[in-house]
Ligand binder design. Sequence first.
Ligand SMILES: Cc1ncc(COP(=O)(O)O)c(C=O)c1O
Length: 375
Amino acid sequence: MIPVNQPLLNGREKELLIECIESGWISSEGPFVKELEKKFAERVNRKHGIAVCNGSVALDVAIAALRIGKNDEIIMPTFTIISCAAAIVRTGATPVLVDSDPDTWNMSIEQLKSKITSKTKAIMVVHVYGLPVDMDPISKIAEQYNLKIIEDAAEMHGQTYKGKPCGSFGDLSTFSFYPNKHMTTGEGGMVLADDDYLAERCRSLRNLCFKPPRRFVHDEIGWNYRMSNLQAALGVAQLERLDEFVARKRLMGKRYTEMLADIPGLQLPLQYTEYAENIYWVYGIVLKDSILFDAEEAMKRLSNYKIGTRPFFWPMHEQPVFNNMDLFSNETYPVSEKIARRGFYVPSGLALTESQINKVAEAIREIMLNEVLHD
Ligand SMILES: Cc1ncc(COP(=O)(O)O)c(C=O)c1O
C-alpha cells in the first residue's frame, strides 16, 4: 500500500525526545514548548506564539480570545474542515458561508462582500491545500468594515503570500501540526498574535484561565489545550527542516503534474498564482465533467492498485449536523459542491519517494484509460 501520508522524522526528533525523557520534562512546563513558540512565531514574523494541542482548538481559542459569540457572525468558506465552523457554532456565533474559487479552491472573494451584515464581526480566512487566499482584498474589506481576521493557516507552514508568511495576516492566526502537515508534533497547533493583550488572553484560555494572585480562583472558563514538551520537542526538530520540507513538497507536486498533465479530464493544482507558488499540502485532483465517474469511484479504483487516497472536504452547508441545527438548509454553493464530489487527493506525505509518485501516476493513467475504453 502507498499510504496517503507518511511523515519524515529522521532529523533531531529522537535526540530531542530522549532529552525530554532524561530531563523528566514531559509536560507543557518543559523548555521545548517555549522554544517552539518563540522560533515558530519568529519564522512567521509574529510577536507571540501560543502552542496548543491541535489546530482545531487553536480556532476555539482564537474566537474566544476575540470575545466573539452570541448574535455575532463570522464569514468563512463552506469548503473547509469542520473545525472552522464548529469553533464558531460552539461560541453561539453564526458561520456565514461563501463558495470557492474553481481554480484555487480557496474562498471566493467576490461573494464575501455581499455577506457582510451589521452582525459580522470577523472573516475566517482558510488557505486550502497549498495555495494562499488572495489576502490584499480581504485585508482591505476587513479594514473598511472594521472586521477582525482569523487566519486558519493550518496547512500553510512555510508558504508566503506576495513574499509575506502565511500566518502573518490575521489578528490571530492558527496552525496545525498534525502528521500530514509540512511539519508535525504528532498532534499540535499554534495561535499567533502581535497584540500583547490578545496573546495573553490566548495563553490564559488555553490554560483553564488560571489567574494570579490566587490559583484555582477563576473569572472566566478556559480549557486545558496545552501542548506537551514531548510534542514541542518534535516540533523544534521539524522546524529546523521546514525549508527543506517545503522544497521537497514542491518537487513532489511538480513531479505529479509532469506525470499527469497529458491525461485528459483531470484538473490539477495550479503551480503558481499571481501571489504564490503552491506548496502542495496535498496533491488534489478534480475530475472534469467529461469524466463519467466521480471521486468516490476513482478512489475505489485506485485502492485496487493499493494506493491510499482521501476525498476532498465536504462543504459545511451540506453537513447533516448543521442542517439539523437549522443552519444553511436552503443554501447552495455550486463550486464547493462540485469539487467535494469530484475531488480527491493522492499520496502526498513527506516520506513519499519518486518511484511511488511514478506508480501513483501510472495507476491514475490506467484508471482513466480504462474509462475511455469502457465508454
Ligand atoms: C484548514 C484546517 N483547519 C484546521 C485543521 C484542524 O487541525 P487539527 O487536525 O490539528 O485539529 C485542519 C486539519 O487538517 C485544517 O486542514
